[in-house]
Design a protein around this ligand. Structure first.
Ligand code: FE
Length: 190
C-alpha cells in the first residue's frame, strides 16, 4: 500500500485508545501523533479542504467505531470565526495551513470573559482543550485574505455531541450540535 499519514494516524490512535482512557495520558501520547500528522498538508484530500463563503467547514476525516475519538478538518475562509463554544470532551488542535487565533474564556462572576492573550497557532502548532484544562474558546482564521486549515482530534464523535455556545455580552447559553459538512469520509484504504 502507498504511504498514507491519515491511515497511519488512525491505526496508532486506535491502539492508543485500546490501552489508554485517562485524559492526561491520552494528551501526552496523542500529541506526537498529531504533530506527525500535521507536519505536511499533502495527505488531506481536496474535498476535505474546501472553504465555504458562508461559514467555516468541519469535515469528518475519521470516527472510531466505538466513538472514542474523531478527527476533523476545519477549513476557514478569510476572516471566519467560531462563536464562543465548549466541547465537553478533550480535544487537540493542530494547524495544517495558514494560521489560527484562539482566545480562551473563563467563567468569572457568572460571565464568560477572555482569559489571557489570544494565542496564535501557526503550521505545526498544537493547542488543547477539555473540561479539566479549559474547554471554552473562540477560534478564528488569523488571515483576512486566505484560507486556513486545521486538524482537530476529539475524545468522541464531536459532530454528534451536545455542546454549548456562549454569548459573552449577555451570558446567554445555547445548546448546539456541530454536525459535519459532508456525508462522505476519505477512503484511507487505497
Ligand atoms: Fe473549539
Amino acid at each position: 500500500m502507498t504511504p498514507n499519514p491519515l491511515r497511519d494516524f488512525v491505526v496508532e490512535m486506535t491502539r492508543l485508545s485500546d490501552r489508554e482512557s485517562e485524559e492526561a495520558r491520552l494528551f501526552r501520547e496523542a500529541t506526537p501523533l498529531m504533530a506527525d500528522l500535521i507536519r505536511r498538508p499533502d495527505w488531506l484530500p481536496r474535498a476535505y479542504a474546501q472553504p465555504s463563503l458562508e461559514r467555516y467547514q468541519q469535515y469528518l476525516l475519521y470516527c472510531d467505531p466505538l466513538q472514542r475519538f474523531s478527527l476533523v478538518s476545519f477549513v476557514w475562509g478569510p476572516g471566519q470565526q467560531t462563536p464562543v463554544h465548549d466541547h465537553t470532551t478533550w480535544g487537540l488542535i493542530g494547524v495544517l495551513e495558514g494560521a489560527e487565533q484562539a482566545q480562551k474564556y473563563a467563567l468569572i462572576d457568572g460571565i464568560w470573559r477572555p482569559q489571557a492573550e489570544e494565542e496564535m497557532l501557526e503550521p505545526g502548532g498544537l493547542d488543547a482543550v477539555s473540561p479539566t484544562i479549559g474547554d471554552v474558546h473562540r477560534v478564528r482564521n488569523a488571515w483576512k485574505d486566505r484560507t486556513s486549515i486545521s486538524i482537530h482530534l476529539y475524545g468522541g464523535n464531536i459532530g454528534q455531541i451536545d455542546r454549548h455556545v456562549f454569548d459573552p455580552n449577555n451570558g446567554q447559553v445555547k445548546p448546539f450540535r456541530s454536525g459535519y459538512a459532508l456525508d462522505s469520509l476519505p477512503n484511507i484504504w487505497i
